[in-house]
Every structure is written in structure tokens, then in C-alpha cells.
Design a protein around this ligand. Structure first.
Ligand SMILES: [Zn+2]
Length: 357
């Protein structure tokens, strides 16, 4: 079955962590084992693994973050540095497109033909797998130097903006902080509406979240976001937020980061085997129960989001094992049609609807 992963930080891994994502995961791990404690855990995502796992469509981010020992240094101190970092990551995606490894999906026509291409390849064992298709997103909006620059980014292929990441920024409050949008943040959302730029609600602090939903009129998704009813904390969506997103026709991608999957799991301390893909399905199921159907849930693993195997469900070695989620959904009584919806179709239909296809 085709799989859609709504959140990977591929270019950030390649450019900031210096990972060659064309290598199989085993080779990346072997290389990085020479430098213990420097890289973010045991790598689980690379292009060969995406291909092997039938993960044919992803949302790939521009993520303006650095990796430095001191947390304060992980954020760019100047907007222009942040802009340049995002442009550099964009150049990485473009170079891999030229090489035929990636395929950009900026509109309905390209998404539709890409999905068809993968579907045909999956039923024909003699056919080579198509490239990995990607929809370009930005996680944390500081690289947008001013609200009116949204159009420029749209012209460069950007289709989704998640204004927030960790902490406050020039536009809003994000995870771990509390507060509203800034005046520029309100303008940003209006410019996004004008440009047809989609809103990713993930990482918005509660007050910023509610304000954003009021101002922004276009389609909203939550690319990598679990449920606060199962795991307390501001990184997760409360039930009323999930209900509001469902009303807006959103799809919510379940994230595979252990501390967002079970309560009390601690980074660098807890045993990864305490968490399994069944916990991911618990979050998917919670969204489906609130919706009363399986039309608003998807997958947004975040498996390369600054952590590795040590912080991922223990019954999964690399992202190639994602298909197991479909089996667990079937075991829980989800119909074949609903399993397909969650694994890829909901997100594909969300974009076709948003883009008029
Ligand atoms: Zn994130």
C-alpha cells in the first residue's frame, strides 16, 4: 500500500546534520557511529528506506534550526540568516529533483499523476519505483522576512507554512511558550490566505492556535500532532482543538516521537521499548472516534526530527516499517477503505480539495 508521511525534515538532516540521504540507513549509521554523541541518535530515515516502505509522498520541510550544544544557539539570531538557511535547504530539494530522486508536487495535476504512477508501480513487480514525491512546507516562519514575502515563497514552490516551532518567534507563540499571534503574525495569515498558502497548525501555542483559526480562512492541516487526552502537554492537541480542525476539514498526522506517544516518557532516559506502533494507533483512533469517521486522520511521523531509533517506537527499526501501522489498524477492526484513508488517501484528498482537483 502507498503511504503518505506528512512530516519529514529531509533537507535539514542533509544540510545541517550532513547526512547523505541517498545512502541506506545502515550505511548512515555505520558512518555516524564514528562520531558518538554528535548526531541525533540512530538514523531511521533515508531515500532507500522511504522507497522500500512504499512511502511515495511526503511533506518535506524547510526548517531554520541549527544543531548546537547550547540550546540558545540552535535559533538563528538574525532573520536573514534564517532566510538563507531555508533557501539552502530548498536548493537541496531542487538538486535531488534534477537527479530524479525527488519529484516536486506543487499542484493537483502533479499530485494526481504522481499517486497514479506509484499505484501502478506497486502492482507491477518489474517496474522501478517512481521518485519520492514531496510537497514543500516550512516549519517555523522566521525565514519569511515580512508578511508580504509570502507570495515570493509561493512562487518558489512553498505550499504550506507552519508559523510556529518551539518558543515564540516574530509571528506567534509556539510549543513551550504561551501567547497570541503578533501583529505581523496576523498579517502573515492574511497574506497566506491571499496567496493560497496552506496553514499547518502544528506547534502553535493554544492562544495563537485559536487566533490563527479565526483569522485564516483557508484549509488547515496539523501535519505531526498527537492527542492531549492521551498525553498531557501543550505539544499535543486538546479535544476541542481536534474538533475545530475536523470542522475545518483538516487532516491530523500522527507523530512517532516517543514522548508524544505515552505519558511520562523522558528523552534520553526512558526505554524505547515501552512505546510501540500500537500507541501511534491509539492517537489515530482517538481522532477517528472524535470525528465519528476515519476521514481526518493520517500519518506525520517526524522520524527525522532531531531524534533517532532511541526515541521512536521500539517495534520499528527504520521508516521502512511504517506499513505495520496499517496491519494494526486492520487488527483493531478498521475497514480496508478506512486503513487506506489513514495511510495516504486523506492527505491526498485534502490537497486535491485545497488545490481544486
Ligand atoms: Zn515539529
Amino acid at each position: 500500500m502507498l503511504i503518505f508521511d506528512a512530516h519529514l525534515d529531509l533537507a535539514w538532516n542533509a544540510v545541517e546534520w550532513n547526512r547523505n540521504l541517498e545512502w541506506p540507513v545502515a550505511r548512515i549509521r555505520e558512518f555516524e557511529n564514528q562520531f558518538p554523541g554528535i548526531v541525533p541518535g540512530d538514523c531511521t530515515v533515508s531515500f532507500p528506506e522511504l522507497q522500500a516502505g512504499n512511502i511515495g509522498v511526503v511533506i518535506a520541510t524547510l526548517l531554520p534550526r541549527l544543531h548546537r550544544k547550547d540550546k540558545a544557539l540552535t535559533f538563528y539570531q538574525g532573520r536573514e540568516s534564517s532566510y538563507a538557511a531555508a533557501q539552502g535547504q530548498l536548493a537541496y530539494y531542487r538538486a535531488l529533483e534534477q537527479k530524479g530522486v525527488l519529484r516536486s508536487l506543487p499542484d493537483s495535476a502533479s499530485l494526481q499523476s504522481h499517486v497514479k504512477d506509484w499505484q501502478e508501480a506497486l502492482v507491477d513487480p518489474n517496474r522501478q519505483r517512481p521518485p519520492i514525491g514531496y510537497i514543500l512546507s516550512m516549519e517555523g516562519a522566521p525565514p519569511i522576512l515580512e508578511p508580504t514575502q509570502v507570495g515570493h515563497w509561493y512562487d518558489e514552490g512553498l505550499r504550506i507554512v507552519g508559523p510556529a516551532h518551539y518558543g515564540p518567534n516574530e509571528y506567534c507563540h509556539g510549543t513551550g511558550s504561551e501567547g497570541p499571534l503578533t501583529p505581523d503574525g496576523r498579517e502573515l495569515l492574511k497574506e497566506m490566505d491571499k496567496a493560497g498558502m496552506l496553514l499547518d497548525a502544528t506547534h502553535l501555542a493554544d492562544e495563537s492556535f485559536w487566533e490563527a483559526l479565526e483569522i485564516y480562512q483557508g484549509p488547515v492541516l496539523a501535519s505531526h500532532h498527537n492527542c492531549r487526552a492521551l498525553v498531557p502537554g501543550d505539544r499535543q492537541l486538546a479535544d476541542d482543538q481536534i474538533q475545530a480542525l475536523i470542522k475545518r476539514g483538516s487532516v491530523i498526522g500522527a507523530a512517532f516521537d516517543n514522548w508524544m506517544l505515552i505519558p511520562g516518557w523522558k528523552k534520553k532516559q526512558s526505554d524505547p521499548s515501552l512505546v510501540s506502533l500500537k500507541h501511534v494507533v491509539d492517537h489515530i483512533d482517538h481522532v477517528c472516534q472524535l470525528a465519528g469517521n476515519a476521514r481526518h486522520s493520517g500519518i506525520g511521523t517526524d522520524l527525522d526530527g532531531g531524534f533517532g531509533k532511541e526515541q521512536s517506537p521500539g517495534d520499528m527499526d527504520t521508516i521502512a516499517g511504517l506499513g505495520r501501522v496499517a496491519e494494526i489498524l486492520s487488527e483493531r477492526g478498521y475497514s480496508d477503505e478506512d486503513v487506506e484513508r489513514i495511510m495516504w488517501k486523506n492527505f491526498v484528498e485534502f490537497f486535491l480539495k485545497a488545490w481544486g482537483g
